[in-house]
Design a protein around this ligand. Structure first.
Ligand SMILES: Nc1ncnc2c1ncn2[C@@H]1O[C@H](COP(=O)(O)OP(=O)(O)OP(=O)(O)O)[C@@H](O)[C@H]1O
Length: 287
């Protein structure tokens, strides 16, 4: 299967943060959600995809082309959407479009006008007077109007109200109808991903803890609750992380069926949310 983004042994060091030999392959044609707690390194990775930051060592490929050598071609084929205005704040959408359109050979004015109308964006209002959600939509309209094959988004739903967020997620699904298009976006709103993302990447302290199809995660990972008397060296080995109270434990396991076979009705199994998954994986990483 073709990959739209590839990191090969990428390292990047800041004073108090490090990405060490990171490998990542994001599949073409799918929505991939990128999650992890504050400071996990999501923005740093997105900036390296965009060549805003450069790795100390290792290679970043987008569309099979290497950054930074192919930056110009890569940028012409992708759309970068984030929740801050990246345009001159005093310009309106009409002026921005006039400035941007000639820079993209694939610019499609009819598509631009279509999205401006669908997103109910005013053409003549200065961008600085747009709400956060309107700014996100404006970036998205521009990305879609040059037929970006890959949409990269750093927390596009941050600060949006639930109705607006749902609308944006519906738009993501709609734009995926264009064959071969891919979306890679970071978020703290994990409930959106449970419904809309095909793949999930969990990051912590610059390390990928899990990268798997969303369905597989939600079907197989479980929180198991039971009595401490069930835990010995052999049974403990079936859990990724165990939290023990005085008499009982709760633990994360990655194979629901295996746990059912071993413990039967002696334990309670609960479906996991992505927030719980991040919590347990992070705790396991630190133990
Ligand atoms: N230019 C920089 N110089 C030094 N440290 C940096 C720089 N950029 C990021 N960092 C540090 O790298 C770490 C990862 O930051 P990053 O913004 O990538 O995390 P994140 O997962 O996007 O976080 P959040 O979810 O809070 O946005 C943080 O500890 C941050 O302080």
């Amino acid at each position: 299967m073709e990959n739209v983004i590839e990191f090969h042994n990428v390292s990047k060091k800041f004073a108090s943060f490090e990405i060490d030999q990171l490998n990542l392959k994001v599949k073409k044609g799918y929505i991939t959600g990128f999650i992890g707690t504050n400071g996990a390194g999501k923005s740093t990775i997105i900036k390296m995809i965009m060549n805003i930051l450069q790795p100390d060592t290792g290679d970043v490929h987008v569309f099979g082309l290497q950054q930074p050598q192919a930056e110009k071609v890569i940028k012409s084929r992708l759309g970068f959407v984030y929740d801050q205005n990246i345009f001159y704040p005093w310009l309106n959408l009409q002026e921005i479009q006039k400035m941007i359109a000639p820079t993209y050979p694939t610019w499609d004015q009819a598509t631009f006008l279509h999205y401006v109308e669908q997103f109910e964006l005013p053409m003549k209002k200065a961008i600085k007077h747009f709400s956060k959600g309107m700014q996100t939509k404006a970036s998205l309209a521009i990305a879609l109007s040059h037929h970006a094959e890959l949409l990269i988004m750093d927390e596009p739903t941050a600060g949006l109200d639930p109705a607006f967020r749902m609308e944006l997620m519906a738009i993501f699904q709609q734009v995926m109808v264009e064959e071969g298009r891919s979306i890679f976006f970071s978020t703290h709103t994990t409930s959106d991903l449970e419904r809309y993302a095909d793949y999930i990447v969990v990051l912590d302290q610059g390390k990928i803890l899990l990268h798997a199809p969303t369905d597989e995660i939600l079907q197989n990972y479980v929180v198991v609750k039971g009595s401490n008397t069930l835990l010995d060296r052999d049974t403990k080995a079936h859990f990724i992380h165990i939290i023990q109270e005085t008499h009982t434990f709760r633990a994360l396991a990655s194979c629901k069926r295996e746990i059912a076979d071993i413990f039967g009705e002696h334990v309670v199994m609960e479906n996991i949310s992505l927030d719980e998954l991040i919590f347990y994986l992070k705790a396991a990483q630190r133990q």
